[in-house]
Design a protein around this ligand. Sequence first.
Ligand code: ADP
Ligand code: ZN
Ligand code: MG
Length: 475
Amino acid sequence: MDKKYIATIGLEIHAELKTASKMFCACRNDPDEPKPNTNICPICMGHPGTLPVLNKEAIKHVLKIGYAIDGNVADFTEWDRKNYFYPDIPKGYQISQYKYPLISGGNLAGIELTRIHLEEDTAQSTHDIHQKSLVNFNRSGVPLMELVTEPVIHDAETAVSFAKELQLLLRYVGAGEANLEKGEMRVEANISVASPENTQAKNFGTKTEVKNLNSFKAVEKAIAYEIQRQSKLLERGEKVVQETRGWDENSGTTYSQRLKESSHDYRYFPEPDIPKLKISEIEEFDQKHITKETPELPWVKRDRFKKDFGMTDKEVSVFVDQPEVSKYYETVVEGNSKIIKLATNYILTDYLGLLKKDNKNLETIDAKNFSKLMAMIESKKLSSRGAKDTLVLLMSENSDPEILAEKNGLIQKSDEAEIKKIVVEIVSKNTSVVEDYKKGKEAALQYLVGQGMKLTKGSANPEILKKIILEIMSS
Ligand code: ADP
Ligand code: ZN
Ligand code: MG
């Protein structure tokens, strides 16, 4: 399909970092605190004359991310004052990083990154129905990571999958919860459109920046909408205005908020109250130390699960998106490579479904019992029917599946002598069916197997049953 315009997208993503205290003071960092203005002090309220002190944990979180995405960690870094007036930033400036971000470059999910820096979150204003505005400082001074991508994304789906991968990374390294719905991660999309030739030559069009995207769905819809809107403008011979736009969930459209400010409007200058850092001289910030504290990364795990467990992309993504489920899975299959495939299927299609239905947690059946259940299926002690019944029993009684299946008569009978007795009985009682089979009616055999399953309440191994029926009929 020939396209008249190609979209170009760059993302700016803020993520609140999970630390015990705030970025520059000892107040609790608790974004869930329901009571306004609880975790506050003169520093995070921006009183004049107070002195900010750097939070080492916040820096470590950003370094973890930086090393993970293979970015350049700054040798020298400093903080800057970004000056602007707003009730949620009473000191008149936000402490951020401008010239010397902690991380530059790097790549995540195939998208080139520009930079990652560390700053403080602002307070939150609410405007109530009585025309009053209220300011809550619980969030003020919470460490905030900002990541900026290069303008290298060309469609909404890629933008969303990038943001999802960042969310996963933040969660994996324990840097943050990154829920968009709770504002813990905030995605801003810069969007422009241009002809294929201009796009190729990196001669991008005028961009707009879309904010208030509170879900991945909103990110996707807002970008798609904005591409349409800009394309139509150009088609009509009109121009795109460089501006900040909001996303209106109800109408599914973006609307103009304000003309875009440029960086010189902020009069950035180095923050004199915070020491400048030579990262390379601080041993704890060393790559070796930081990566030692970093768990296996999502993309590494993805490759390993594919390779070691032969999983499909879809299977892998369910496990990798839920680290606790992958840990459970690995415990289940540990030391028994024969149950790898079975455990994948039973966890994904049966167990997770049952847990969700009953709103129960993963440990409802502990990994040891689950593993044993898989081994019983593998060794044919349980038929697939018997396995499903045992699984349901285990859901309400987390115990040894062998004993449980035994007690409930679910163990598959594979004892040939025992099955033979049953078959002799069936064959003698169904002489006409046996005749039908001998005349070439295939379905007659199925009927006889069915009789055997019925007599044994489903506990006979159907393959052995079938084999013996054939033997007896031909003898
Ligand atoms: P600004 O100075 O307006 O903040 P930046 O150059 O700092 O712009 O870029 C901000 C974000 O916008 C980055 O993610 C960048 O990739 C993206 N961006 C820059 N120019 C464009 C463009 N023409 N179209 C789409 N995205 C762009
Ligand atoms: Zn404080
Ligand atoms: Mg910028």
